[in-house]
Design a protein around this ligand. Structure first.
Ligand code: B4P
Length: 191
């Protein structure tokens, strides 16, 4: 099993690229954002609680997403590995993920870190708001808060991964196909 993290600020293209990469490399795409939105859409108790946090652009509690991911890791068969999208988002989540993988004889093999300019992030998210109707994309103040939360709580994971020798920065500016090509080039050296 080869396990990848796709990493980057909100709007960097994690979700967009993950769908294409998971298909190309036969990876199981695990997006905590998608899982949380599914809880909200299904109207579960958890979804109701998380919806308020997400609509403000804050992170949901570590324990919630760690449990979601742990439930998905076991019981997945016939895949070449996992592609974690939007998880981990804090150093505590990273430590928990490493532990989950290590106890199952696996590790984080590579962090693909998308690098995108601030104004481009905002432009993409505002563009998505028109089609997605997502509360966290509609308000420019919430978008800025998401970027601030990323810089404060999520970006430190890059140092953590660099220390472990698995950090791979990838230019996330340009067309979806160009960025996909860059990611594939990096991943081909690892699989
Ligand atoms: P996510 O679902 O992870 O949302 P995201 O960061 O906004 O999405 P992503 O980065 O994947 O979007 P993409 O660029 O692909 O999280 C949402 C919320 O859930 C968080 O704020 C948090 O509250 C909560 N959450 C999730 N995981 C959590 C965790 N682990 N811990 C705590 N809380 C958690 O797409 C953006 C737009 O850009 C799209 O419209 C796309 O079409 C467009 N786009 C992409 N690439 C482009 C390109 N190259 N050119 C032009 N447009 C492009």
């Amino acid at each position: 099993m080869v396990n990848f993290l796709i990493f980057g600020p909100p709007g960097s293209g994690k979700g967009t690229q993950s769908v294409k990469l998971a298909e190309k490399f036969n990876l199981l795409h695990l997006s905590t954002g998608d899982m949380l939105r599914a809880e909200i859409a299904a109207g579960t108790e958890l979804g109701k609680k998380m919806s308020t946090i997400m609509s403000k652009g804050e992170l949901v509690p570590d324990s919630v997403v760690i449990e979601m991911i742990a439930n998905k890791i076991d019981g997945s068969k016939g895949i070449a590995g996992f592609l974690f999208d939007g998880f981990p988002r804090t150093v505590a989540q990273t430590v928990a993920l490493e532990e989950m993988l290590n106890t199952r004889g696996m590790k984080i093999d590579c962090m693909l870190a998308l690098d995108v300019e601030h104004d481009e992030l905002v432009k993409r998210l505002i563009g998505r708001a028109e089609v997605s109707g997502r509360a966290d994309d509609m308000d420019p103040a919430v978008i800025e808060n998401r970027i601030d939360v990323y810089n404060e709580k999520t970006a430190p994971i890059m140092n953590y991964c660099e220390e472990r020798g698995v950090y791979q920065p990838v230019n996330g500016m340009g067309s979806i196909d160009d960025i996909f090509g860059r990611l594939v080039e990096v991943m081909n050296k690892i699989v």
